[in-house]
Design a protein around this ligand. Structure first.
Ligand SMILES: [Cu+2]
Length: 603
């Protein structure tokens, strides 16, 4: 079965073929003199992504997505501007028009991960003309049909790509924010994304990344991601008026030194024996040892085992707004800022692009926190006060217990934060406007849900008789059979009606942490692990605690899902934002029917 591809890629013949092809790829690519996706060396000063601002209400961007095999054998991906700079920050205001032309310049490079498949249409025709001899030899996946319509292609191959605008409330239709069918091939003309930022889009940090089922992990983990800022946070919260701001994109990538022993400065922990089916180091729950992935901060790598921190310089005592995106493929962050080893108070002002005072209470709210968790896909924006002269600071991520079957996310440094009178000011600064934002719909917490649904995460060995066989990943609507996401299915797993608000209980029946994410909308977290929470803000990604056999019941979260906005009409996805899980099938589809449709259409 197609959905069992993950198993198929593990049989010895396939492994041999893939290995042979990778060797061939290295040879072929060695001829490529030009480096498309250069990365700063470890320990560098953290560069700022280039800011692209809308002019007269329009932001036009020409991006090319490229990949290349790095000297260490890993495959890098990057979004490149015509001047060669990578992963620009797109800055727009509500009501602005974004016109983004994306050229696909991907070469076949990545080994297949999972779920790889092409358009199932048997009339799709022959493969496209080979662009090189390498192409013919290399292409394991059924290639996209020649000259297919990118809007209906549905091709899911290692060289297909598209864009998801994570967190934006734009319609799930082609040329806007649709990922189920939209697929752009390397031989095609640039594909145009064109949409207007909704007037009610909360101001804050969003992001863009590819979303091809089966290949998201390779592309995002290789570096294909960038930040998108909706301006106006100062209008929601006067506490940030006029502050200098930094965008910090934390990505993960394959280990540069996978065979190195842990640093001698770490306590000795039992050797890691557990690796998941993707080869990632399993959670040893000590806070130390080999991580599943290396991290980088604005592309400055902070590699295992010594984690040489990148460098951020701030004028002594200066207040700045830091907008932090976890663009990792599988790594949870648990951020903390130490000055001389003492955790500092971060003034949190926004989560997942939404000001924390969005419920309408307490205009000047700042949530103080000395540590803050950010799941893959999540964002946090906080006010930082720079260290006094002579004090050394360290931005780090603390370990995250991802469960018995989770990856290892140990304690590690990200960036040394030092006070310097001559520190270069960040390129962007929040405006001094305090003009109130438009009043949105009634606060979600005050709206009665039309119904309650239950969904659950689960995992199983693909061979039930062999617990060490690769894992199959499911995200199932309670009552339906657990099956991996099927990209060819035209039947949505859930149908809701626009205008409704629903409560969803997301349960975790697996022994690892998952991160629930839904496209198009934000939700309100009502209960976490059975404990009611009163969050005055919204999220678009949330951790669902892992199950332990000693527990009496499955852990869960309760979310209030908001389908009131007309832009939600259409079909889109919800999934685990650990992209190995998403690629492995932990995803489902939801159709939001127009409000006029009779209630009989809603199940
Ligand atoms: Cu997951």
């Amino acid at each position: 079965m197609e959905r069992q591809n993950k198993v198929g890629t593990r049989d010895p013949l396939t492994v041999a073929l893939v290995s042979a092809c990778l060797a061939f790829t290295r040879l072929a690519w060695a001829d490529t003199e030009r480096e498309f996706c250069p990365r700063p060396p470890p320990g560098s000063e953290v560069p700022e992504p280039q800011d692209l601002r809308s002019q007269n209400g329009v932001l036009q961007v020409d991006l090319t997505v490229r990949n290349e095999r790095a000297p260490d054998g890993t495959t890098r991906y990057c979004y490149v501007l015509p001047d060669g700079s990578q992963s620009p920050t797109l800055r727009l205001h509500p009501n602005d028009l974004l016109i983004l032309r994306l050229k696909n310049a991907l070469q076949d490079a990545a080994p297949p991960t999972a779920g790889s498949r092409a358009n199932s249409d048997p009339s799709a025709g022959p493969p496209p003309a080979a662009t090189s001899g390498v192409y013919n030899l290399m292409h394991h996946h059924a290639p996209a049909p020649a000259h297919s319509d990118p809007c209906t292609s549905g091709a899911m191959t290692s060289t297909s790509t598209n864009l998801h605008f994570h967190g934006l409330l734009v319609p799930p239709v082609c040329h806007q924010d649709e990922v189920l069918r939209t697929s752009i091939q390397p031989d095609e003309a640039p594909f145009e994304y064109r949409f207007r930022i909704p007037s009610n889009q909360p101001p804050g940090l969003y992001w863009y990344h590819p979303h091809i089922h089966g290949f998201s992990s390779a592309q995002v983990g290789g570096g294909a991601s960038g930040a998108l800022v909706i301006e106006g946070l100062e209008r929601a919260n006067p506490a940030v008026v006029g502050l200098p701001e930094r965008v910090l994109v934390i990505r993960d990538q394959s280990l540069s030194n996978p065979d190195a022993p842990p640093s001698k400065s770490e306590p000795v922990v039992p050797p890691q024996l557990v690796f998941d089916s993707d080869g990632d180091a399993g959670n040893n729950n000590t806070g130390f040892g080999k991580p599943a992935k290396d991290l980088s901060i604005n592309f400055v790598p902070v590699p295992y085992p010594d984690y040489p921190p990148a460098s951020i310089k701030v004028k002594p005592g200066e207040r700045q707004l830091w907008r932090v995106l976890n663009a990792s493929s599988v790594t949870y962050l648990h951020l903390t800022l130490l000055f001389d080893h003492v955790p500092q108070q971060l003034g949190v002002v926004a989560i997942d692009g939404v000001p924390i005072n969005v419920s309408g209470r307490n205009a000047r709210t700042i949530a103080p926190a000395d540590h803050v968790g950010v799941p893959p896909g999540g964002r946090v924006e906080f006010i930082v006060t720079g260290p006094p002269a002579g004090v050394s600071g360290l931005l780090m991520t603390r370990s995250v217990d991802t469960g018995r079957n989770g990856e290892n996310d140990p304690n590690r440094a990200l960036a040394a934060v030092s006070a310097a009178e001559d520190a270069v000011e960040p390129a962007s600064r929040l405006s001094s406007s305090t003009k109130a934002l438009p009043v949105s719909m009634p606060w979600l917490g005050n709206v009665e849900p039309a119904r309650v649904r239950k969904l659950y995460f689960s995992e199983q060995p693909t061979d039930p008789g062999n617990p060490r066989s690769p894992t199959a990943f499911f995200l199932t609507v309670d009552g339906q059979p657990p099956v991996p996401f099927d990209p060819t299915s035209t039947v949505p797993n859930i149908t809701v009606r626009q205008g409704d608000v629903e409560d969803w209980i997301i349960e975790n029946r697996s022994a690892e942490l998952h991160a629930f994410h839904v496209h198009q909308i934000h939700f309100l977290l009502l209960d976490w692990f059975g404990i009611p929470v009163t969050e005055p803000f919204l999220r678009d990604t949330v951790n669902v605690p892992y199950f332990d056999p000693r527990m009496q019941s499955y852990p869960s979260v309760r979310l209030r899902m908001d389908f009131r906005d007309p832009n939600t009409v259409g079909t889109f996805v919800y999934h685990c934002h650990l992209l190995e899980h998403e690629d492995g099938g932990m995803m489902g589809t939801i159709r939001v029917a127009p409000a006029a449709v009779s209630s009989r259409a809603v199940k």
